[in-house]
Design a protein around this ligand. Structure first.
Ligand SMILES: NC(=O)c1ccc[n+]([C@@H]2O[C@H](COP(=O)([O-])OP(=O)(O)OC[C@H]3O[C@@H](n4cnc5c(N)ncnc54)[C@H](OP(=O)(O)O)[C@@H]3O)[C@@H](O)[C@H]2O)c1
Length: 326
């Protein structure tokens, strides 16, 4: 089959399509003929040699895919050849075929296109895990979502709203309109030198914060969190170091600070997450109350351009790659 060839390529322009071995589905796996996949930051880091795939995962990039079931393992009961599915992957999505456990593969909701379905798994499952499983969000709680126009951010805004919480975001000003259109109550420019004071004044406090930035946000987050507040750290786009560390607020306000990476979770965890999320969200995708947020759709021969755009922070929502039929 064809795939975007794995390897370490500091420049995104060096990504190439070539031949790799077609995966064989295990007894409880489905083989998906991939129609669309999506770029993720983890892919750009993997391409640069900074984020090796977890043990057992394909060396091919790609953390999600949507397509049609091409073959099923002998123990599969959920899907049959020809079904339209989308799935979270530990890797291997930038390819014409990928194999995944049948319980992680989810039927495409309603009449969504395969390109739209490919925009769901990684960011919505990450957001669900952060809001519900880790953040334990409650109705009417105030949730601050940093990088609100990111793929995960746009999913988190919508889910927070559907869960009855009140989402607020930080993002660059050009992306505020998108965040507000998805239901964010207010959007803040994270480059505001008075951000901490602005957030305190406009929000009062936050019960839950989803942070993708790390060190530069740490003091602001701890100051803003309410008593018994939670922070879920999902990435370190601004860096991991926090020179002015002061843990007083953590103790005084009984804060819960958590970190998580979805890719490293085991298959059972991903099955439970995928199934629980789909039970909640699929009817909402069908009714249009949730929607995949797509920045643009590119042919997979332009994967390098998708990586370049992502690394330059040019996207708002998902960068989808249309995969040539195998
Ligand atoms: N831990 C997990 O399980 C998990 C799962 C999925 C994704 N992630 C991580 O979550 C992050 C978001 O992923 P994504 O795919 O949603 O990203 P994305 O769509 O590429 O969006 C990222 C956005 O973050 C903003 N940003 C970048 N650097 C920033 C900085 N230093 N300070 C403030 N804002 C910054 C940029 O928007 P502006 O124009 O607003 O600056 C950028 O467009 C990535 O780092 C990804 O690796 C983690």
């Amino acid at each position: 089959m064809l795939a975007i060839l794995p390897g370490i390529f500091p420049s995104p322009a060096d990504l190439r399509i070539g031949e790799v071995e077609t995966p064989q589905p295990g007894p409880q796996e489905v083989l998906i003929r991939v129609a669309a996949t999506a770029a993720n930051r983890a892919d750009t880091l993997q391409r640069q040699g900074k984020y090796p795939p977890p043990p057992g995962a394909s060396a091919v990039m790609g953390l999600e895919a949507a397509g049609v079931v091409a073959a099923v393992g002998e123990l599969c009961r959920k899907h049959k050849v020809g079904d339209r599915v989308c799935a979270l992957l530990p890797g291997g999505g930038y390819a014409q075929y990928v194999a995944i456990h049948e319980d992680i593969a989810l039927p495409v909701p309603g009449s969504l296109s395969l390109e739209e379905a490919a925009a769901i798994p990684e960011v919505f499952l990450t957001a669900w895990q952060a809001l519900v499983w880790l953040g334990k969000v409650q109705q009417k709680e105030k949730v601050l979502i940093h990088a609100g126009a990111s793929g995960v951010g746009t999913a988190a805004i919508q889910l927070a709203l559907q869960l009855g919480a009140q989402p607020y975001v930080t993002a660059s000003p050009g992306k505020h309109a998108l965040c507000l259109s998805l239901g964010a109550l207010k959007a803040f420019d994270y480059k505001d030198p008075q951000l901490s004071e602005t957030l305190a004044r406009e929000m009062g406090g936050a019960d839950l914060i989803l942070d993708f930035i790390g060190g530069p946000n740490a003091s602001t987050n701890l100051r803003l969190l309410n008593t018994d507040g939670r922070m879920v750290l999902l990435a370190l786009m601004g860096g991991g170091k926090w020179p002015e560390a002061d843990l007083t607020e953590v103790l005084r306000k009984r804060l819960h600070l958590m970190g998580s990476t979805l890719r490293s979770r085991d298959v059972d965890y991903k099955i439970r997450l995928s199934q629980e999320f789909a039970a909640f969200a699929w009817p909402l995708f069908v009714s249009g109350q949730l929607r995949p947020v797509i920045d643009s759709v590119l042919d997979w021969s332009e994967a390098g351009e998708a990586h370049r755009r992502m690394e330059a922070n040019e996207n708002a929502g998902k960068l989808i790659l249309r995969v040539q039929a195998g």
